[in-house]
Design a protein. Sequence first.
Length: 89
Amino acid sequence: MENDAYSIKELVNMIYELKIELAKTQTLIQKYNGLREKQTRYESAQDEIDLRLKTVEDSLAAKKETKKDYQWILGVVIAFASLVYAILK
């Protein structure tokens, strides 16, 4: 078996390198968590936009229906007026 013993200097260097890697890892985790928070905010904003868009679409659909109703009523009034005019003539 080889001698697996390390000198104090080697151990200190390994610990120092581990500390550097740990600091890098912590930074990456913080960035990842920040990205997750941003994603959550963007998803919330997207949900709000979707809701507002649906509201606008529903409003436009209701206006189209109202316009069709008014057109039908106007047609009936014109037909009735034409009938009255034809009878009185």
